[in-house]
Design a protein. Structure first.
Length: 57
């Protein structure tokens, strides 16, 4: 019984499939955030560069 109590939580807490699915979910959320924030970031950099050129030209 003690052996089962020791081995069971280890198998439940760190399963191989669970780790890979968590990594996949994190990867897709990272991709979604990147695709969501990248255009705004590029637009902000574009505006800053345009203002920079307006000031220095």
């Amino acid at each position: 019984m003690t052996k089962n109590e020791f081995t069971r939580p280890r198998l439940v807490s760190v399963p191989h499939l669970g780790n890979t699915s968590d990594n996949i979910i994190a990867f897709f959320s990272f991709l979604f955030c990147g695709f969501w924030f990248l255009p705004k970031y590029i637009y902000a950099v574009f505006l800053i560069s345009v203002r920079f050129h307006q000031y220095f030209l």
